[in-house]
Design a binder for this molecule. Structure first.
Ligand SMILES: C[S@@+](CC[C@H](N)C(=O)[O-])C[C@H]1O[C@@H](n2cnc3c(N)ncnc32)[C@H](O)[C@@H]1O
Length: 221
């Protein structure tokens, strides 16, 4: 019996480290494994994250999505913006980057500078006319003042830049809420979504269905 307990001890430690929040390497967001990284490399390619690109993720939470993409990028300037400074702050970002640097086997930040910005409900507080790529993942549907946020994104995006929206989408006009326990907001409807983007000066130039939820690519009109 004693031997069996000793044998099980390592498994118990692994279970604790993976399930108990005390041992999570960073707050807010799934802790991804090495096997999860390939899809983020492909997504970074689709977003055009090449050396010299200035990139912003609005509603980034901890920035785990960006840390996972940065494992495969070099020379990209990452700006993370969120209104929730419990999840997005310097300390949590450093913990998140330390985790993904360990997966990469090299320091992520020395190859890709990261910056944290606390926005407001109406303004992500990014520098104007600065970004080649702006991204919003699973966030547009939670904004309470989307027109205001989008009007700032329009100003912050450089001419020739692209704004990517990844979100669940309804195409048949039926209403549905996203996971009622975690979210409770209405899932975006395609027609009103395109109307919202059009009235804020964005033109749909491509859609990818390769990354779970669709990714919509917009240019400035
Ligand atoms: C469902 S979470 C998605 C987080 C992250 N992008 C991800 O992929 O897991 C929505 C995020 O939007 C943020 N948010 C809500 N309103 C916002 C606003 N007006 N500007 C920026 N972020 C906002 C929330 O704080 C939250 O972190």
């Amino acid at each position: 019996m004693r031997n069996v307990n000793l044998f099980l001890l390592p498994l118990f430690v692994v279970a604790l480290t993976s399930c108990n929040s005390i041992f999570r390497p960073y707050k807010c967001g799934p802790v991804l494994g090495r096997d999860d990284l390939e899809i983020f490399r492909l997504q970074a390619d689709y977003l055009g994250l090449k050396p010299g690109v200035k990139f912003a993720d609005i509603g980034s939470s901890s920035g785990y999505h960006d840390g996972a993409m940065a494992v495969s990028t070099e020379g990209v300037n990452y700006y993370l913006s969120d209104i929730d400074d419990h999840c997005l702050n310097e300390k949590n970002m450093k913990r998140m980057l330390k985790y993904f640097s360990r997966l990469k086997g090299a320091d992520i930040e020395s190859a890709n500078p990261f910056r944290v910005i606390t926005g407001t409900r109406t303004d992500p507080k990014l520098p104007n006319n600065s970004f080649d790529v702006i991204f919003m993942n699973a966030t547009l549907h939670v904004l309470d003042q989307p027109d205001s946020v989008l009007s700032h994104i329009y100003i912050d995006l450089k001419p020739g830049g692209f704004f990517f929206v990844r979100d669940d989408m309804i195409y048949d006009g039926k209403t549905r809420l996203c996971d009622p326990k975690k979210c409770g907001h209405a899932v975006l409807q395609y027609k009103p979504f395109i109307q919202l983007m059009t009235r804020n000066g964005f033109l749909l130039v491509d859609t990818s269905h390769d990354f779970g939820h669709p990714i919509f690519k917009f240019s400035k009109t």
